[in-house]
Design a protein around this ligand. Structure first.
Ligand SMILES: [Zn+2]
Ligand SMILES: [Zn+2]
Length: 280
């Protein structure tokens, strides 16, 4: 499995000189399976770059789009995803978690003539919504999902490829929400058990609380705890807080690495950055 991060920022794009190393584009991760099938997680502004590289490569297979939810930072790049402007593109979209999200996806809210000048019926690509199921066969992999703790609802995914490699994509998710959770820490650890790569929203640090309690994101400390509970091999800290620049993320990374060394943790942890490519 090859994983490529096209956008790692949470909540809003953060272009500028102080964020150029980790990148300012919002959520988008590209995954190539053992058989070459393509999955894209979220359509934040990072998906624009993803589209450019697919067009350059001449990729012609179906594109499987897994949206976590419909907040702006996860869909804003979709109108600028080059392959949708080609007639020969087949875009297969995973069902959304809630009925409200599914209705909004079917109405193609972004392409209603108000939010973007082109209406849905004039988008040339063939867009198919995959049927409801508990698991999906996508190329050489099986994909499953879980509900996450996030205002308005969000879904997370696990991909198990035929060659035994696996990953989970879990954003936006609050591991200790103030109200009764959709999913507990233990249940999520079981869902992510023994994955090669655990990608998780790590937007906050302790100092962000109590103000941001209930906003639907997790602290770095909680995410590390989840990774260790799940015995994940590698943790990718993702969906970075927009107010933290490169130097602030570097400082947090130094703390994380020191703490993992001290604990003699077998888990590797990396602050995800735009353009990072990882072979599992
Ligand atoms: Zn988000
Ligand atoms: Zn969100």
């Amino acid at each position: 499995m090859r994983v490529r991060f096209h956008g790692v920022r949470g909540s809003t794009p953060t272009p500028g000189a102080s964020t150029v190393r980790y990148g300012g584009n919002t959520s988008c991760v590209e995954v190539r399976l053992a058989d070459g099938s393509l999955l894209i997680f979220d359509a934040g502004t990072g998906i624009r770059e993803c589209g450019l590289s697919l067009l350059q490569e001449g990729f012609s297979g179906p594109i499987h789009l897994m949206l976590s939810h419909l907040h702006w930072d996860h869909v804003l790049g979709l109108p600028f995803f080059g392959p949708i402007w080609r007639k020969d593109t087949v875009l297969r979209v995973m069902p959304m978690l809630t009925e409200a999200q599914q209705q909004a996806a079917q109405a193609r809210t972004l392409f209603d003539g108000l939010h973007f000048p082109v209406r849905a019926e004039h988008v040339p690509a063939r867009i198919e919504l995959l049927p409801e199921a508990t698991s999906w066969r996508v190329g050489s992999a099986v994909v499953r999902r879980v509900p996450l703790n996030h205002p308005g609802g969000a879904q997370g995914f696990r991909v198990d490829d035929a060659d035994g490699r696996s990953l989970t994509y879990l954003t936006d998710n609050e591991l200790s929400p103030p109200t009764s959770p959709q999913i507990s820490l233990d249940a999520l650890a079981r869902f992510a058990e023994n994955v090669d790569l655990l990608i998780h929203d790590a937007q906050y640090i302790e100092e962000d609380f109590p103000l941001k309690k209930g906003w639907g994101h997790s602290t770095i400390g909680e995410v590390i705890e989840l990774g260790q509970l799940a015995s994940a091999r590698h943790l990718a800290l993702y969906h970075h807080e927009p107010t933290r620049d490169d130097d602030a993320l570097d400082a947090l990374d130094r703390e994380i690495q020191a703490s993992l060394r001290e604990q003699k943790s077998p888990m590797q942890a990396t602050m995800a950055r735009e353009g990072w490519v990882l072979d599992l």
